[in-house]
Design a protein around this ligand. Structure first.
Ligand code: GA4
Length: 330
């Protein structure tokens, strides 16, 4: 395990990216309005083209969100010695600047929690996190069932049952991106500050809610990074690696990253819906066309997770599980 006590400041800046040949057309983030039944028809395309969409009119009561946000602010405002009682992350617990165990760093502090019922959280967060995870998981299941309907998959809980399973290996994360001391454009030469480096999520589906500070960016199919306008009242869903495999590459596990703002704090809360450890992850037979080959070797979520936790954030984790004799859809 790599322990970085004080990484040089220089390492927190992104390498400049090549100017895009197509900078003018910025697509809209797919929007799913749960108050409009016809909105579900956009789900499949959103997962195929972006691996990402925004959900509005979701019905999650604001109190679950605001209570958690204010407790999270209190937690991150407390002295380092108090926060460190919940750490170091192994992988669960409080972490500061160091992400994962393989040398990734970002201008972020976080609390990573296991959502298993027996898990113990820092004071005041226990009930509040449990309540939040329960309502967000229910919304995730509703979306996954609409997706199954749209894909004509039977039973319609084919995805949601993995999140609902008592053994579901789901994770919850609070990220706080604090201001950067003496952050000035002139000193950074316009370079972006790494909050959370580019990566895909290994799980099935991730659901993010943030305060109104920008920072989240997604990688579009044409190779451009697109900044996602923040919206504290909505939830952002992203397809994870496991869902990409279960759909045999039809859905894209979206690469995303967070650029730290430098002057304004960003706070996000993310539920990562994962299957039970023993679950076999493979393309769903009911979805495969006649003579369609699986692009991936079958694996259990335990095997995938074990392998994923040995990688660096930006690595292509699914690469180890691709069947090399197949040509990947792009
Ligand atoms: C990305 C998605 C989740 O935040 C996470 C992350 C995990 C961690 O922070 O410990 C990982 C990362 C994430 C993927 C590769 C490995 C593991 C950091 C890292 C370098 C909790 C998860 O499940 O995978």
């Amino acid at each position: 395990m790599v322990v970085l006590t004080n990484p040089p400041m220089e390492q927190f800046f992104m390498k400049p990216s090549k100017p895009s040949s197509n900078p003018l057309i910025i697509p809209d983030i797919p929007l799913i309005d749960l108050s409009k039944p016809e909105s579900k028809h956009h789900l499949v395309k959103a997962c195929q083209d972006f691996g990402f969409f925004k959900v509005v009119n979701h019905g999650v009561p604001a109190k679950f969100i605001t209570r958690l946000e204010s407790e999270a602010i209190k937690f991150f405002d407390s002295p380092l010695s108090v926060k460190q009682k919940s750490g170091p992350p192994d992988p669960f617990g409080y972490g500061n600047k160091s992400i994962g165990g393989n040398g990734d760093i970002g201008w972020v502090e976080y609390l990573l929690l296991n959502t298993k019922p027996e898990s113990v959280y820092p004071d005041n967060l226990q009930g509040i996190v449990n309540d939040y995870v329960t309502v967000v998981k229910n919304m995730a299941c509703e979306i996954m069932e609409l997706l199954a309907d749209e894909m004509k998959l039977q039973p319609r809980n084919v995805f949601s049952k993995m999140l609902m399973d008592e053994q579901s290996d789901s994770v919850f994360r609070l990220n706080h991106y604090p201001p950067f001391p003496e952050f000035q454009e002139s000193e950074t030469n316009g370079r972006k500050l790494i909050g959370f480096g580019e990566h895909t999520d290994p799980q099935i589906i991730s659901i993010l809610r943030s305060n109104n500070t920008s920072g989240l960016e997604i990688l579009l199919r044409d190779g451009r990074w697109m900044s996602v306008p923040p919206d504290s009242e909505s939830f952002f869903f992203n397809v994870g690696d496991s869902l990409q495999v279960m759909t045999n590459g039809r859905f894209k596990s979206v690469k995303h990253r967070v650029v730290a703002n430098g002057t304004k704090s960003r706070m996000s809360m993310i539920y990562f819906g994962g299957p039970p450890l023993s679950e076999k992850i493979a393309p769903l037979p009911s979805l495969m066309e006649e003579n369609e080959d699986s692009l991936y070797k079958e694996f259990t979520w335990f095997e995938y997770k074990k392998s994923a936790y040995k990688t660096r954030l930006s690595d292509n984790r699914l690469g180890f599980f691709e069947k090399s004799n197949n040509i990947l859809r792009c």
